[in-house]
Structures are given as C-alpha cells and as structure tokens.
Ligand binder design. Structure first.
Ligand code: PLP
Length: 384
C-alpha cells in the first residue's frame, strides 16, 4: 500500500474508544457512562421537518455557508440567548460543532503554528492539531485555581508561533462554567498578544443556576471565533449541524473552506435545524433540567461515598478524583479494571490531557438507575 499521511498515523487512539471496544468485546452487559451522547431524541417537530424535507425532495446543493432561513434564525438565537448582535453574514452553518472547529482552525492556522489548548480538555482539539501539523500547547486547569485558566500562566506559554487560544465553557470534561470576568480577561489576553480566541460553546444551553456568557460579547477587534452545535441542545448528535460565528472578513474565508470540504451542509438537516430554532423551546429546558437533576442525584451519591469530584455547573459530565482508589495504577488501567470487575464503563481522565491522570469522567447522559449503578460500582472498588 502507498504511504498514508504520517501525521494521521501518529494520532493517538482515544482512551474512550479502548474502553468501548473492551466493553463490547466482553459480550456482557455493562453500565455505560463513558460517552458524551444525550440519551434523548430530538423533539417530534424537528424530526418531522427533516423527514418532510426528504419527502418533498428538498435535497439539492445550497449555499456553502448555510440556507438563508437558518442563518436568519441563528442570528435571532444568538441575540436572544447569547446576547451577540451579529448579521447573518457573520454566521456559517457547519456539519456539526466538530466541523465548525475544524473550519475555524483551517481558516487561521498554518503548519507549525501553536494553539493553547485546555488540559483537561476535549481530546479532539489535540487530534485536529496533529492533523494540521500544528502544536497543541496545553494550559493546565488546576484544582487550586478552581479549574479556571490563569492569565499569567497563559502569558508564559505564548511564543511567536502562538496563533490562538481555545476556550471551552461550559467545559467537557470538567463541567465548569467561566464567569464573565474570566472570559473578558481571556479576550483581553488574546488582544494583547494579537491572537485568535476560539470559543467552543457546544454546551451553551446546559448550565445549572449560572449564566453562560459568550466571550464574543467582549470582543472589539474581531478576534473571537465562536462555535456552537445542535447536538447537545436539541439531542441532534447524528443530524450533524453546528455553526461558526466570526467577523465578516473571517466568514468569507470560511465560505471558501466549506466549498472545499463539503460544498454545503445536508439540506434536510438544515431544515430540521430551522424547526428546532423556530419551534417551541420547552424541549431544551426539559433536557437541561433532567441533566441538572441527574447532577444533583450523582453528587449526593458521591458525597455519601466520600468520593471527591468537581461539582459541575454545566454540560453533563462529572470529573471524579480516583487517585486514592487507583493508587499507583495508571487511570487507563484502573478504568479497565472497573469495567472488568464492576461492569461500569467510564472515560479515563488521561484521555483529556496529562492533568487527567488519576481522574475519570462520568457522562450523565444516562438514566437515574444507570447513574446510581455506576457510582455504586465505583464505591465497591473503594470499599475493596
Ligand atoms: N466540543 C465539545 C467540548 C464536545 O464535547 C463536543 C462533542 O462531544 C463537540 C464540541 C462537538 O459536538 P458535535 O460535533 O456533535 O457538534
């Protein structure tokens, strides 16, 4: 076989995938808390709109940056929910939050550039940097600073090759939600160093008693690129629609990229997304409050078992400290042992960066029974 791309070959395999494979390979039932996938389905009016689009033959190529109805509905949503006053020409519809991020990187990066990436953070950020032959420079989110980025530590990481900082609030895997002050300080940091700030707001609708603030509200220089998704807000993971928001100049570059990468986003999926935004929003609140209730249930159980964790104010994850439980065992191996002995699948923290060693992430996109069974399994490992 001729050679495949060496940078793609070098990309590490996700630790979550290893757990998944081990769980399936065993052929035995298990409690799945390893994957961040909502256990809901999209509301019926969204499914109807997507199906109707197929049946009516609305199946042709459309604009590279999205159909006008969707971009107009997104401009309304961004004003209503995120307090961002943007025109439709500042919005590109993308085939998911993942693709919005990839379009953002591709629009601004050249091989050899560096991007400051949260550690712990979503593994996809590092994988994409590897693919683009750029350097992912981790910035630590530490317990002693409530997992909030420290500006002086960030200053020390900037080199002449730094092109962007990636910010993720609400955070996967931590569930932390940054305050307006922190986000404003991050925008000023980016301004001071003349770098881009990519804001991954995939979980913008999922906060518990705190407000999600979009860093772009503090942007006066057009350096914030915000990415969003329909996946978690409307449980539309497999529909694959997201969007990117930036300055009109940046958006003209993104339009060219979309042409190259995918021509346009699936037209019925875009029409389903219009229905999601313009239809009743009760489903968003119903799912949000379900995740909040599960968070409360899970933390009460962890408190009862004296298992330390980071209390999440958003997203649907729980970041649990298992250093005491795992001892000297690498957390990857500990997670495999938890699967073998207790039939509980969790995401090992090392998947999310070096600072995740000794931690695991539980996804609360599971039923109450599964959450209680999963934590009980961890508790039994503790007792053993
Ligand atoms: N960003 C974060 C932090 C995520 O956790 C995810 C998905 O899990 C995404 C972006 C991308 O989601 P999607 O590609 O489904 O829109």
């Amino acid at each position: 076989m001729p050679q495949v791309s060496p940078q793609v070959e070098r990309m590490p395999r996700s630790g979550i995938r290893k757990i998944m494979d081990a769980a399936w390979a065993s052929g035995k039932p298990f409690v799945g808390m390893h994957v961040g996938e909502p256990d809901f389905i999209p509301p019926k009016h969204v499914l109807d709109a997507g199906s109707a689009a197929y049946l009516e033959g609305q199946t042709h190529y459309v604009s590279n940056v999205g159909i006008p109805e969707l971009r107009a509905a997104l401009a309304d949503k961004l004003a209503r929910v995120n307090r961002l006053e943007v025109t439709p020409d500042q919005i590109a519809v993308t085939a998911s939050g993942t693709e919005a991020l990839f379009a953002a990187y591709s629009a601004i990066l050249t091989a050899g550039d560096e991007v400051l990436i949260p550690d712990p953070g979503w593994p996809n950020y590092t994988m994409a940097m590897e693919m683009l032959q750029c350097g992912a420079v981790p910035y630590r989110l530490e317990p002693e600073h409530d997992f909030v980025p420290q500006i002086d530590a960030l200053d020390a990481l900037v080199t002449e090759r730094t092109r962007a900082i990636l910010v993720n609030s609400p955070s996967n895997p931590l569930g932390t939600v940054y305050s307006a002050e922190t986000l404003e300080a991050l925008v000023r940091f980016a301004e001071r160093h003349d770098i881009w700030l990519i804001s991954d707001e995939c979980y913008d609708a999922l906060t518990f008693g705190v407000e999600h603030v979009s860093p772009a509200v503090f942007d006066t220089k057009g350096l914030v690129i915000s990415t969003f998704s329909f996946s978690k807000t409307y449980a539309m993971t497999g529909v694959r629609v997201g969007y990117l928001v930036g300055s009109p100049e940046l958006l003209s570059v993104v339009g060219k990229l979309q042409e190259t990468i995918l021509a346009c986003v699936n037209t019925p999926a875009q029409l389903a997304a219009v229905a999601a935004l313009t239809g009743p929003q009760d489903c968003v609140e119903e799912m949000r409050s379900a995740y909040e209730r599960r968070r409360d249930l899970a933390v009460a159980e962890l408190d009862r078992l004296s298992i330390p964790y980071v209390r999440p104010d958003g997203a649907f994850y729980l970041w649990i400290d298992v250093t005491e439980l795992a001892g000297d065992l690498p957390v990857d191996d500990w997670a495999l042992r938890l699967l073998e002995e207790e039939r509980v699948a969790v995401a090992p923290g090392s998947t999310f960066g070096a600072s995740g060693e000794g931690w695991v992430r539980l996804a609360l996109a599971a039923s109450d029974e599964e959450i209680l069974a999963g934590i009980a399994g961890i508790g039994r490992m503790l007792a053993a």
